[in-house]
Design a protein around this ligand. Structure first.
Ligand code: RNT
Ligand code: ZN
Length: 419
């Protein structure tokens, strides 16, 4: 499609949407303002740069052996820059503590803002916000499958110190970059088989979190979030940080709650949870991902649930209270393509939600006219939102349609193949 064709298709679409009471220019403005936090860990299969020996543990797994995984922070940054050149709109980068960029090995309870300074300088140059995560897996002190809920006080204290140290880094990100960093706490703690005592580990986790989060930090710079989970590999029978645990924790302690689309029962969806939780928790963070039969962390697809998630945020006017982040890791395909596909899909779903005739739908619902509601919802799916998306890509100077694949293939041949 030529530039002119894209523009004229947009003008046409704009008129169509106007008939439904939707302003496409306004939708695009909102889309441009809404950041998506892209997770760095898709680029290297969640290995990190702490030490070359570090192997992924904690009940999560990246499978596949596509060549070209990033092996150094510089490579990972270059790969993300490539991905960003193919993704329109505003982005943030989500880092984990294992993505430390230091000249020597630093133990997790000793990490400091200076060890992440190269990330901060890069983010400044690229105009990105940063988010952070303490890493409570892939470490000998997590080998028992327990961290913040560990019965051994020394081990538990080590992880508390790691979370405290991580908060300082997150705060530093926020101060340096002028945008609050969301620091999400996810722990792998759980058991393969039925525990006799389900309570004590949970009591220890609550206590550890209270200790780790005791120091008040200005929310302009840093926000704590907690992420629940149903089960992990090797932790099938019991997860200490379950949904009920963290929902209650976030509501009573005033932290943000992170909802991961893959962390619930197979027919349970986070799109239905956003509104409920928003009444009790101020800030929400999302890990948009695609569970295939289980928490498999497949690349985000333009599927029903991703669209439903974005519709819930938009329909309920929660854009300023929901931090949209991604969480997938597929090592079986080109990793830059994985980022591009997943991030563009999240953005497409968001755009489609922003273009929904929400006012007309709400009017129908309030009048108990459920026939109009269903009819309009269904027709809205095939309104020309894709023409608006193409125009958005053109405006942002990123490839329109599948043209991005050529850049990815070039990069694979010239850069990734040499690693
Ligand atoms: C694990 C959680 C967690 C991790 C990242 C790497 O099941 O989803 O968010 O994927 O922190
Ligand atoms: Zn997650």
């Amino acid at each position: 499609m030529s530039k002119d064709q894209i523009i004229s298709a947009y003008e046409q679409a704009k008129k169509t949407f106007e008939k439904y009471g939707v302003n496409t220019d306004q939708a695009l403005e909102l889309l441009n303002q809404t950041p998506i936090s892209m997770h760095c860990w898709q680029g290297d299969d969640v290995r990190g740069f702490e030490s070359p020996e570090t192997a992924l543990s904690g009940g999560i797994q990246a499978t596949g052996n596509h060549p070209g995984a990033a092996k150094t922070p510089d490579q990972l940054r270059a790969d993300m820059e490539k991905a960003f050149s193919l993704i329109p709109g505003k982005k943030r980068v989500n880092l984990h503590a294992i993505y430390i960029d230091a000249d020597e090995f630093v133990e997790r309870d000793q990490i400091k803002p200076e060890h992440f300074d190269r990330w901060v300088q890069w983010a400044k140059k690229q105009g990105l916000g940063l988010d952070f995560n303490p890493t409570l897996f892939s470490h000998p002190k997590a080998d028992d499958g327990l961290t913040l809920s560990h019965p051994n006080e020394e081990i538990r204290q080590f992880w508390i110190e790691h979370v405290k140290a991580s908060r300082k880094i997150s705060e530093y990100f926020g101060r340096e970059l002028g945008t609050a960093s969301f620091m999400n706490i996810w722990i792998p703690d759980g058991m393969k088989d039925q525990p006799v005592d389900r309570l004590s580990p949970r009591a220890r986790l609550a206590d550890s979190l209270d200790k780790a989060l005791a120091e008040k930090i200005d929310p302009t710079f840093h926000k704590d979030a907690v992420e629940s989970k149903l089960f992990g590999i090797g932790a099938e029978a019991y997860t200490v940080g379950s949904n009920e645990f963290y929902l209650a924790y976030a509501a009573t302690r005033g932290t943000a709650l992170c909802l991961d689309a893959g962390h619930f029962h197979p027919t349970e969806v986070i799109s239905d949870k956003i509104s409920a939780v928003s009444l009790y928790v101020n800030d929400l963070q999302l890990h948009v991902t695609r569970p295939v039969r289980w928490d498999s962390d497949h690349v985000v697809s333009f599927d029903d649930e991703t669209q439903a998630i974005m519709r819930e945020i938009v329909r309920n006017k929660l854009l300023d209270r929901v931090a949209i982040g991604l969480d997938f890791f597929d090592a079986s395909i080109n990793r830059i393509a994985a980022w591009v596909i997943g991030t563009r899909n999240a953005q497409k779903a968001l755009l489609k939600a922003l273009l929904e005739p929400v006012e007309a739908l709400k009017t129908a619902e309030q009048a108990f006219d459920y026939t109009t509601r269903l009819g309009l919802i269904e027709e809205a799916h095939s309104l020309p939102w894709a023409a608006v998306w193409d125009y958005h890509c053109l405006q942002n100077e990123v490839p329109v349609g599948f043209d991005w694949i050529n850049d990815v293939k070039d990069y694979e041949a010239t850069i990734l193949a040499t690693r």
